[in-house]
Design a protein around this ligand. Structure first.
Ligand SMILES: *Cc1c(COP(=O)(O)O)cnc(C)c1O
Ligand SMILES: [Zn+2]
Length: 413
C-alpha cells in the first residue's frame, strides 16, 4: 500500500510565520494556533480523487492531506466514513426536506472527538511524545485516553467535575490520570498549562497542537466525497472550541484547491451554540472579530460549554467567509429535538447534535433557509453518552391493567 503525506510545514493562523513540522509543535511564538500545510500542487498532479475513492472506508483514505508520515504510526480502530443519514420525516416536518445528518455516533468512544484523537495521538507517537495532557469537557479526554492507551502514551486529563460521568470512567479505565475541577474547561486548561510547564507533559488541549484539527478535517472531506464530490448548500455544526467548524472550512479550501470539489459555491457554515453559553454567536451578531468570555456558561450540551474558544477568530472568519451564520439554541429545544429525532427517525443524537437540529428549525422559521436548501447537520456524538441527562426526561408505564392481555397462540412443531 502506498502511503505518503504531502505535509510541508506548519503556518501560524495569525502572523503566518512558518514552523518546522518535524519536531513536536504547540502554538506560534505570537500565541496563535498553527495550521498544517501541504504541497497541494504536487498532490494534484500525482493523485486523483478517483484514487481516493477506491480505498478502504476509513479516514486514512485521505492520508495525502493528513500529517502522519508513516502507515505504521497510525493509531487506529478503523475510524471514519460515518454515514450520511437522510431525515425525510423530520426534515419535512420542519420544512427542510433535503436534510441529512452526518452521524458521528458510531465512532470509537461515541463522538467525533475520535477523529481528532486518531490524528493527534498518531502524530504524537510518530514524533516520539511520551506524555500528553489535556483539558476537556469529557469527550475529548475520553477519546485521547483511548487512543493513547493503544499508543502506550501516558495521559493526564483534567475535566470539570460535572462532565458526563461516563467520560470520566472511560479515561480512568483507559489508564489515564484524571483530575476533576470545580469549574469550567478554562479552569482545567490553566492546570494543564501548569502541568506541561512543570512536569514535561505535552499540552494537547484544543488548538494547542496542530494535528487534532487535521483529524477533524476528515469529516468535511467525507461529507464532500459522500455527496459525489459536491458541497451541500449549508453545513450546520455544533460549536464549542470550534475545531470542528474550522476544520470543515479548511477541508473545503483544500479540496477546492485540489480541484476535488466540483461545486461553484462554498457551502454556508452555521455555528450552533447553547443559549446558556454562546460567545461566538454574540461576537458574530456584534460584528466582532474575537469573542468575549461568557460568564458562568451552563448547558446540558457539555461539548458546547466553552466560555472563550482559543480559536474564536478562526471560527468567526470561517462563518463570515462562507456567508453563514451563528445560532443559539436553548436546552429545552435540544431535549425536544433529541426526542423528536429519535421518535420520527430512530436516531438518538447527542444534545449538541440536537442543538444543530434546533438551529435548522429556527433558521427555516426565519426564512434564512429555503425549502430547496440541501442541508447537512453534524451529529457530533451518540445520545447514549448522556444517559445522566436524558434519564431525567423519560416516563415509563407501570405494569398494570393498561397492558393489554396478549392472545396466546399454540405453537406446533
Ligand atoms: C467537543 C464537542 C463538540 C464541539 O466541538 P468543537 O470542535 O469543540 O467545536 C460538539 N459536540 C460534541 C459531542 C463534542 O464532544
Ligand atoms: Zn504567529
Amino acid at each position: 500500500m502506498t502511503w505518503r503525506s504531502y505535509l510541508t510545514h506548519l503556518e501560524c493562523s495569525r502572523c503566518r510565520l512558518t514552523h518546522d513540522p518535524s519536531a513536536p509543535a504547540t502554538v506560534c511564538t505570537c500565541g496563535a494556533p498553527l495550521l498544517a500545510r501541504y504541497d497541494l500542487d504536487s498532490l494534484r498532479r500525482q493523485v486523483s480523487r478517483d484514487d481516493i475513492a477506491c480505498r478502504p472506508p476509513d479516514l486514512w483514505r485521505y492520508r495525502e492531506v493528513l500529517p502522519v508520515k508513516s502507515a505504521s504510526r497510525a493509531v487506529t480502530f478503523g475510524e471514519g466514513m460515518t454515514p450520511l443519514i437522510p431525515l425525510p420525516a423530520f426534515g419535512k416536518s420542519v420544512g427542510v426536506p433535503h436534510l441529512v445528518v452526518k452521524d458521528e455516533s458510531t465512532l470509537p468512544t461515541g463522538t467525533f472527538k475520535a477523529r481528532g484523537a486518531a490524528m493527534g495521538v498518531s502524530r504524537a507517537s510518530e514524533l516520539g511524545i511520551e506524555r500528553v495532557a489535556l483539558a476537556t469537557n469529557g469527550n475529548a479526554g475520553a477519546a485521547w485516553a483511548t487512543y493513547c492507551a493503544r499508543a502506550d502514551i501516558e495521559t493526564l486529563v483534567v475535566m470539570p467535575r460535572d462532565a458526563p460521568s461516563i467520560t470520566r470512567a472511560e479515561c480512568t479505565l483507559a489508564g489515564a490520570r484524571v483530575y476533576a475541577v470545580d469549574g469550567l474547561i478554562g479552569d482545567a486548561g490553566r492546570l494543564i498549562a501548569a502541568a506541561s510547564r512543570s512536569d514535561g507533559y505535552f499540552d494537547a488541549s484544543t488548538l494547542k497542537e496542530p494535528y487534532r484539527l487535521e483529524g477533524k478535517k476528515t469529516i468535511g472531506l467525507e461529507i464532500i466525497e459522500q455527496l459525489g464530490w459536491q458541497a451541500p448548500d449549508v453545513i450546520v455544526f455544533p460549536t464549542g472550541g470550534g475545531v470542528g467548524l474550522i476544520a470543515v472550512a479548511k477541508a473545503i479550501d483544500e479540496m477546492r484547491e485540489l480541484g476535488w470539489l466540483s461545486a461553484r459555491r462554498t457551502p454556508k457554515l452555521v455555528a450552533v451554540q447553547a443559549a446558556g453559553c454562546a460567545p461566538i454567536v454574540r461576537a458574530f451578531t456584534d460584528g466582532a472579530e474575537v469573542s468575549e468570555a461568557w460568564p458562568k456558561g451552563e448547558t446540558i450540551a457539555f461539548g458546547l460549554n466553552v466560555a472563550k474558544a482559543f480559536g474564536d477568530f478562526l471560527v468567526l472568519d470561517a462563518i463570515r467567509r462562507s456567508g453563514g451564520t451563528a445560532v443559539a439554541v436553548s436546552d429545552k429545544t435540544m431535549l425536544e429535538m433529541q426526542r423528536r429525532c429519535y421518535t420520527e427517525e430512530g436516531l438518538f443524537v447527542c444534545p449538541e447534535g440536537a442543538a444543530a437540529l434546533g438551529a435548522v428549525t429556527q433558521l427555516r422559521d426565519e426564512a434564512w433557509l429555503d425549502e430547496e436548501a440541501r442541508v447537512v447537520v453534524v451529529n457530533t456524538g451518540t445520545g447514549l453518552k448522556y444517559a445522566d441527562i436524558v434519564s431525567q426526561d423519560t416516563e415509563v408505564l407501570q405494569p398494570d391493567d393498561s397492558i393489554p392481555k396478549l392472545p396466546v397462540t399454540a405453537v406446533s412443531f
